[in-house]
Design a protein around this ligand. Structure first.
Ligand SMILES: Nc1ncnc2c1ncn2[C@@H]1O[C@H](COP(=O)(O)OP(=O)(O)OP(=O)(O)O)[C@@H](O)[C@H]1O
Length: 639
């Protein structure tokens, strides 16, 4: 007797226990989805077998007629879902069912609130999968044999106290799942109910889903159930449409069908926001169906995130792939690309450097950008919800995809001084349309929080003159702005970097005034330069400030101070360039300093002036305790 023949009990991973309990409670109002999930898994298993059989057709074991079968037994109160797909080995059963391999599970569980409505949405994004069986069943028994193997195994669980594994004797390849329905879920052990659920959720699956034909009662003319003397031989029939959705003409597909198909391929539970269905003919021949989800997948920020695009070759599923078919900044896109040009035995390596793949990718990116552009124009509210969910990802676009920079730039939304709210809802086109006469540049400020950006002293002159400034405070913004130097022929200019030249936005009087102030400020500038020589590159009169006494200005090419800080914390070497201190000589603090005769006190004033400008910029003080000490001393003097 081999070891695998003994019945063995095992515990679920802690997360599985938690997830099961949550799922059972929060999906209570949408129980029927268990069938979609299990049929979906069966269909995926058949897809995998079909792919593996391309290189080894003995895996078919003479049965290449791939399908999913659904049976029920009213008396026993069971529903059975069976597929002749790839099956699982004993190890795979343990790995796949009983543990959760998905990344981000712990984080996901910690986000759950206990509020059923909210949680059911979250669970949907996570993908409920196999465990959804326990929404309706109090015992689940799964027997499976992997293609090419002779050993089969039965996994069984009540969803509460772990599971058992036992050697089985399954002749046919694939997986069979028997759901022992809970007492009050009897409605599912019924042909009408099951067919109804299948046509709602599984019509679009290219694989046939089959049920017994004559399990449905026959009626006589008077509407009574016909009693037949002889039991009829059972006969299978296909109960779903069983046509790959993307191969059908658009005009024949309803929105509901598109949405159901989305949920199948994306393992999502919420509707998609939009889709683009394309049939490309000519030099290249392929079909694509690309979806923009409504909600971010749990792993959007994981480096090894789930793959979003399924590659098919002539209707045969080849592999999940995002890296080659969608750029990173569109990694939330889900869908199918079905090529007629690639060979069936295409490998991951070939995909990486294939002209056909490259062309399909390029065209698909255009399609997605076009879809988003249309949404932004025609359904701004919907687009806003998209932006709130995926904006930070799209912001990687200008640096990653320079060939589509202009189109991506149009899609980006910003916070701005126009509204002063955190919501990012201002486009560059909006900004340009509001530019003042004589304004040549698009102004922005970056900071590590919205509040810091909004209150930045650099904005003072812009606010005073009513010139709009974009407020950037996402981590990715400095990176985005690196790739986005221009829009509509107008340069993007940080208000915190370089020499500020408002050009014709400053009137002749303004310029005269500035010149005069500058001349008058020469003595204090010199004094400040002397005492701050080792901290700053230069001290100059500011044209940016109206109400603050001083601010820090960086060189055009320098990274914002808070970013420099972050980089240093992450262990990167940062070139230590000294900033420029700008002062507002008309500020009372500066006038007070001018009359200070005590050199030591002047030094303290100067040092505080510099440190507070640094703080306002999100920089870190070299000597915070010294700053506090000096400040307190001055305060005491004034009291
Ligand atoms: N019928 C089946 N045949 C073969 N393998 C299966 C079958 N059902 C499940 N599996 C395996 O178990 C794994 C886990 O399934 P499960 O449904 O929980 O998650 P999933 O399908 O990966 O994702 P999701 O939770 O989003 O549906 C699958 O990835 C697959 O490897």
């Amino acid at each position: 007797m081999t070891q695998t023949q003994a019945k063995e009990s095992m515990q679920f991973q802690t997360e599985v226990d938690q997830l099961l309990q949550l799922m059972i409670h929060s999906l209570y109002s949408n129980k029927e989805i268990f069938l979609r999930e299990l049929i979906s898994n069966g269909a995926d298993a058949c897809d995998k077998l079909r792919f593996n059989a391309i290189s080894d057709d003995t895996l078919y074991e003479g049965d290449g007629d791939l399908r999913v079968e659904v049976e029920f037994d009213e008396e026993a109160n069971t529903v059975t879902i069976r597929d002749n797909g790839i099956g699982m080995t004993r190890e795979q059963v343990i790995d796949n069912i009983g543990t959760i391999a998905k990344s981000g599970t712990k984080e996901f569980l910690s986000k759950l609130s206990g509020d059923a409505a909210k949680d059911s949405n979250l669970i949907g994004q996570f993908g409920v999968g196999f465990y959804s069986a326990f929404i309706v069943a109090d015992k689940v028994s799964l027997t499976t044999r992997a293609a090419g193997s002779t050993e089969s195994v039965t996994w069984e669980s009540n969803g509460k106290s772990g599971f058992t594994l036992e050697a089985a004797d399954k002749a046919s390849r694939g997986t069979e799942i028997v759901l022992h329905l809970q007492e009050d879920e009897k409605e599912f052990a019924n042909g009408y109910r099951l067919r109804n659920v299948i046509s709602t959720y599984s019509d679009h699956i290219s694989l046939p889903v089959m049920m017994y034909k004559n399990e449905m009662p026959e009626y006589d003319e008077e509407g009574n159930v016909k009693e037949s003397d002889e039991p009829k031989a059972k006969e299978w029939e296909v109960v779903n449409k069983a046509k790959a959705l993307w191969t059908q003409p658009k005009s024949e597909i309803s929105d509901e069908e598109y949405q159901e198909f989305y949920k199948h391929i994306a393992h999502d539970y919420t509707d998609a926001l939009a889709w683009s269905h394309n049939n490309v003919e000519g030099k290249l021949e392929y079909k694509s169906l690309l979806y923009v989800p409504a909600k971010a997948q749990m792993d959007l920020w994981e480096p090894e995130q789930r793959n979003g695009i399924k590659l098919y070759v002539q209707r045969v599923f080849i592999m999940d792939d995002t890296k080659n078919l969608m750029p990173n900044y569109l990694r939330f896109v889900r869908g199918v690309i079905d090529s007629n040009d690639l060979p069936l035995n295409v490998s991951r390596e070939i995909l990486q450097s294939n002209q056909t793949v490259e062309s399909m990718k390029k065209a698909s990116v255009k399609k997605v950008l076009g879809l988003l552009d249309k949404m932004a124009k025609n359904e701004p509210e919907k687009y806003q919800s998209f932006w709130d969910e995926f904006g930070k990802v799209v912001k990687e676009g200008p640096s990653e995809d320079t060939s589509n920079k202009e189109q991506i730039a149009k899609l980006i939304r910003f916070s701005s001084t126009e509204t002063d709210v955190e919501k990012q809802n201002v486009s560059l086109e909006d900004y340009v349309s509001r530019m003042q006469e004589g304004q040549e540049k698009i102004y922005y400020v970056t900071a590590d929080s919205f509040t810091a950006a909004k209150n930045s002293p650099h904005l003072e002159v812009f606010r005073a003159k009513g010139i709009e400034v974009l407020l950037l405070s996402d981590r990715v913004d400095e990176w985005m702005i690196n790739g986005l130097t221009e829009f509509d022929g107008k340069q993007l200019q940080s208000v915190a970097k370089g020499e500020l030249d408002l050009g014709s936005l400053d009137s002749e009087e303004d310029k005269e005034e500035q010149k005069k102030t500058e001349e008058e400020a020469q003595p204090i500038l010199k004094q400040l330069k002397d005492v701050l020589a080792d901290k700053v590159e230069d001290v100059r009169v500011s044209h940016r400030l109206t109400s603050s006494p001083s601010c820090i200005v960086l060189g055009e090419q320098d990274m914002a101070l808070y970013m420099q800080q972050l980089m240093k914390q992450a262990g990167h070497e940062m070139p230590s360039s000294k900033p420029i201190l700008e002062i507002n000589p008309t500020h009372p603090l500066l006038t007070r300093m001018e009359s200070e005769t005590d050199d030591e006190l002047f030094k303290d004033w100067a040092s505080i002036l510099f440190d507070q400008a640094l703080l306002a910029e999100g920089g870190q003080l070299e000597d915070p305790a010294g700053f506090v000490h000096k400040l307190n001393a001055l305060m005491l003097k004034l009291s």
